[in-house]
Design a protein around this ligand. Structure first.
Ligand code: FAD
Length: 407
């Protein structure tokens, strides 16, 4: 038996190896990852790690002994260059060939590049990997002003870190509000207010046209409307692209990610895809298919594939959920709320802790909670329970016991 080859040693790849062994898989398992570190979690990179509240060792998903104990062959610092699907082999950049019985692509995603002059200048950063975070952390030492391109999760988490260090922060965003792709306007307004209270400035409707340069370094950002934003450091956080080229070059269908079925299998019965790189059917998505960038989706998808390989096939249908820590605020999201036709408040933004319940055609489709972990936990159960029948009036009534709606 050649066993399982997993490409990518991020959250999804790691979890698959661990869950396969936990479920009793006895054949060889090889994990190949092009980062040089042991598998680690990314979420703290834009939060506790940059604040100096945790270190690289604490980010590791397991210590090195785990891989030997579990007979997982971990090959970090190596890259898969090609898949030969008819031979059931992968070819590494070194030229080495590895055979597989089943191949799992857990190749994740990479930062979307900013297509403007100056984007490669020293002083312009992105944040995806531990190496990115180390570079950013070192550069932050003598910085007085930061410009952040993009008001998504990474940009806002970084804004909170910088504001906490007393650095002047301007977030430049082409849309007219923060988190335009991710949360309701009600929640966006409240989160924006928390950042403004911490001293963060926002420029909305501002499309970046160039990185400003002096003496070969970035010194700010220029927008198409003629505005300039001076900064000692620029962080670009404009989303990610799925790493799907390996799959595409092997002839597998790709679109916004590697196309898989509800069990996360590609059209090739010997190849699956999980985590950030997978575009899969979802009963929670309005469009029927979705690619989700979250720890929960990476972990649940890996468990689903491990169970299938271990003889217990099932579908990847877990309710999506996500969190983002921004300064003193924890934003938690359950479900996929876009699009929704009705959003109701439970609690008040003035209290600094509240939730937004989003409905589509009378059904609850998503719940966003700020510093309300109890609401978030119940929301996940409400969204899981297809029989739950919460009305907008009940959601808005803080005296109504949400648990009463869960079977
Ligand atoms: P990845 O973590 O991207 O891992 C894929 C790995 O495969 C990478 O190491 C990549 O280099 C490697 N690879 C790709 N191609 C090859 C190849 N050909 N050969 C070998 N190796 C290859 N999610 C949350 O839910 N909550 C959060 O608060 C949160 N915060 C985040 C903060 C940051 C800074 C970042 C970057 C992400 C955050 N996320 C958060 C998202 C979450 O971390 C990702 O969704 C998750 O890591 C996806 O895991 P993955 O294994 O699919 O992909």
């Amino acid at each position: 038996m050649s066993g399982i080859v997993i490409v990518g040693t991020g959250q999804a790849g790691f979890q698959l190896g661990a869950s396969l062994r936990q479920g009793g898989y006895r054949e060889p398992i090889t994990l190949i990852g092009d980062e040089t570190h042991l598998p680690y979690g990314r979420p703290a990179l834009s939060k506790a790690y940059l604040m100096g509240k945790t270190n690289a060792a604490a980010l590791q998903l397991r210590p090195s002994a785990f891989y030997a104990d579990q007979s997982l062959t971990l090959r970090v610092g190596e890259r898969v260059a090609e898949i030969a699907p008819t031979l059931q082999r992968v070819i590494l950049t070194s030229g080495e060939k590895l055979s597989y019985d089943h191949l799992v692509l857990a190749t994740g995603s990479r930062n979307r590049p900013l297509p403007v002059p100056g984007a490669a200048l020293p002083g312009v950063f992105q944040l995806r990997t531990l190496a990115d975070a180390d570079a950013l952390k070192a550069a932050l030492h003598d910085v007085k002003a930061v410009a952040i391109v993009g008001a998504g999760f990474i940009g806002l988490e970084f804004a909170a870190v910088c504001a906490g260090k007393g650095i002047a922060v301007t977030v430049i965003e082409g849309a007219n509000r923060i988190l335009a792709r991710s949360v309701s306007p009600l929640m966006a307004t409240a989160v924006e207010a928390t950042h403004r209270a911490a001293g963060v400035h926002f420029a909305f409707g501002a499309v970046v046209s160039a990185i400003l340069e002096r003496n070969g370094r970035a010194v700010g950002v220029a927008a198409t409307d003629g505005s300039n934003y001076a900064a000692d450091l620029v962080l670009v956080g404009i989303g990610v692209l799925p790493n799907q080229e390996l799959a595409r070059d092997a002839g597998l269908p790709v679109s916004n990610g590697i196309e898989v079925d509800e069990t996360l299998l590609t059209v090739d019965p010997a190849i699956s895809a999980i985590g950030d790189c997978a575009h899969h059917p979802s009963p929670h998505s309005h469009e029927g298919r979705v690619r989700i960038e979250s720890v929960q989706s990476a972990v649940d998808g890996a468990r689903c594939v491990a169970a299938r390989i271990n003889g217990q096939p099932g579908s990847h249908v877990a309710v999506p959920w996500f969190w983002s820590d921004q300064g003193a605020y924890k934003l938690q999201i359950a479900g996929l709320a876009a699009p929704h036709d009705l959003a109701v408040l439970r609690g008040s933004p003035d209290d600094g802790a509240f939730s937004v319940f989003c409905f589509r055609e009378g059904s609850l489709v998503g719940v966003e909670s700020l510093n309300k972990p109890g609401d978030h936990m119940i929301a996940r159960r409400l969204l899981e329970d297809r029989q739950a029948n919460l009305t907008p009036e009940q959601a808005a009534d803080t005296t109504f016991d949400l648990k009463a709606s869960v079977a």
